[in-house]
Design a protein around this ligand. Sequence first.
Ligand code: SF4
Length: 311
Amino acid sequence: MPDYDYYDFPPFRPPNEAQSALIRITRGCPWNRCTFCTMYKHLTFEQKPLDELKQDVLLARKIYGKTTTIFLGDSDNLVHKDLPEIVAFIRKTFPEVQRITSYARAKTILRNKMDFLVATRRSGLDRLHLGLESGDSVILERLCKGATPRQMAIGGQKAKKAGFEISFYLLSGAGGKDRWKEHAAESARVLNLARPDFIRLRALTIQHGTPLDDKLRHGEFELTPPRERLKEVEMFLENLDLENCYLASDHLTNYLWAGQNIIYRGVAGSLPEDKPAMLEEVRRAITAIQTSPFPVKDSNQLYREGILSGL
Ligand code: SF4
């Protein structure tokens, strides 16, 4: 029986990688400054040495056995110079695997040489999950994301050119009450330029202890109300001009509640063909908010009431 106590499980993975084997290439986040993020705050960033990584891969094989999907943690593995070699070793150790994915940062993609990206892709890393959060420059600065909209778009394009599938996260509500329109329009503009294979929506849920929580408590940031958050999704969808892209809302934070009822669970579908149905769903939910006899709550209210946790 493999000793799970010694295995270095990554603390986070995308929701759609719930069934994947998890292998940790780096620990923490080399940026670690985003004002809404709590993920790796307590960790000093480390790149794991190649020998240790190979031992982990062999232990992962004992723990997970045959698997078809693997996710690599933590937040920005493209900083690791041995990544092509370790991905090739993973492919050799898991010959059945069909998909290997990793988190990455657009800025790191831009810093990497094309040769390195292509070598990493050819070694068998298929998909990169990138946090766009917003395409609006003011919002990206507020979030301290460390990249401009242009760098996000060009980073995405460069990764696509190297052969990767790209999945961008968008932080619904990131503009707050004052910039939801800019957030919607500029995010669509950047994604239209980056041409990702996937877009994943998750709603901003401000967690205790973050710099954004301080701003919220001092009145320097106002949350996007539920109705405006859906108007933002509507405007974002209207402005998207993408083909061969799947949009998912695969996170609980997208939900809206009225009393005991969930009145909105997010939208999902292929672009462009499912756009009309997604718009219809958003508009239905906007009407449901306007006619609800109960106050409508989002993930922020439920988090503050202690009902949602572990975000
Ligand atoms: S959102 Fe991503 S890049 Fe920003 S601090 Fe968190 S893990 Fe790092």
